[in-house]
Design a protein around this ligand. Structure first.
Ligand SMILES: [Zn+2]
Length: 148
């Protein structure tokens, strides 16, 4: 950390404590060259995963929203809520890219649900895929039955 007075690179930390609102660590430093004191703040930098919607609109990924969708689809189905929660909250890390299309979010969620529960999968798919016809929807169900 460069000293703001003399630009020396070396300083020692005199004390460090959380800022009043807890969102940062405040460090009091002393320059090893000019001995002047200054304060630095260390903050977590949030760079949220961006979801690109069909119209090209970008929106920060919201794990709660994904979890809500998964929970609705899994209502009264034998999927432990922790399993859904773990998926939703590790999603951002799993993607490991700065952005993802909303379609891809849906597809990933579907391939996560599919081996867990057919009903939850179909419910989720029907929302995300926006089946254009009843026939299309029925084909999907038939596909599941053939698999199983
Ligand atoms: Zn200095």
């Amino acid at each position: 950390m460069k000293c703001p007075y003399c630009s020396c690179d070396d300083s020692k930390v005199i004390n460090s404590r959380p800022s009043d609102d807890g969102s940062a660590i405040r460090r009091r430093r002393e320059c090893l060259s000019c001995a002047r004191r200054f304060t630095t703040y260390e903050r977590a930098q949030l760079e949220p995963l961006m979801v690109v919607k069909r119209a090209g609109v970008r929106q920060a990924f919201n794990p709660d929203k994904l979890l809500r969708g998964l929970m609705l689809a899994s209502e009264k189905r034998p999927i432990p809520p922790e399993t859904l929660r773990a998926f939703a909250y590790s999603f951002e890390d799993e993607v490991g890219a700065p952005e993802i299309t909303s379609n891809e979010v849906g597809l990933r969620a579907m391939s996560f649900l599919r081996p867990l529960d057919d009903v939850a999968y179909i419910r989720f798919a029907s929302v995300y895929r926006e089946f254009d016809s009843v026939e299309h929807f029925l084909e999907e169900i038939k596909g599941l039955q053939n698999d199983g």
